[in-house]
Design a protein around this ligand. Structure first.
Ligand code: FES
Length: 118
């Protein structure tokens, strides 16, 4: 199975625990989006779909971190997810996880890696 990479953003666009960058995920459906954030220096990316009800996490675009900047939070009912692996540790879907996306940072850019299913 081949892997493709596509550019999400430049590295500088992802500030530590700052605003996240959203991107389209046409491979997963017409309106599906993903998002990337930076946590402890590393880019992390997930499908932008809550594990409780399949809605996007950020009602305010790019606003993924809670006030403590320690968790990713769903704006709808407040599920808290660990930024390192997407596990829900508090809220209505505790124990479930966000769907992880593979991202790589190289030469000042952040790329999404997707497997080709053709
Ligand atoms: S839809 Fe995200 S916590 Fe309910």
């Amino acid at each position: 199975m081949a892997e493709t990479e596509r550019l999400i953003c430049i590295s500088a666009a992802l500030e530590e625990r700052g605003v996240g960058v959203r991107f389209a995920l046409p491979e997963m459906g017409e309106r599906v989006t993903g998002f990337a954030v930076r946590y402890n220096g590393r880019p992390q990316a997930y499908v932008n779909r809550c594990a409780h009800v399949p809605v996007e996490l950020d009602l305010l675009e790019g606003d993924f971190f809670d006030l403590s900047r320690e968790y990713l939070i769903c704006s709808t009912h407040g599920a808290h997810y660990r930024p390192v692996d997407g596990l829900c540790v508090m809220g209505p879907c505790k124990g479930k996880s966000l769907q992880v996306l593979d991202v790589v940072e190289r030469d000042g850019h952040i790329y999404l890696r997707m497997e080709d299913h053709v």
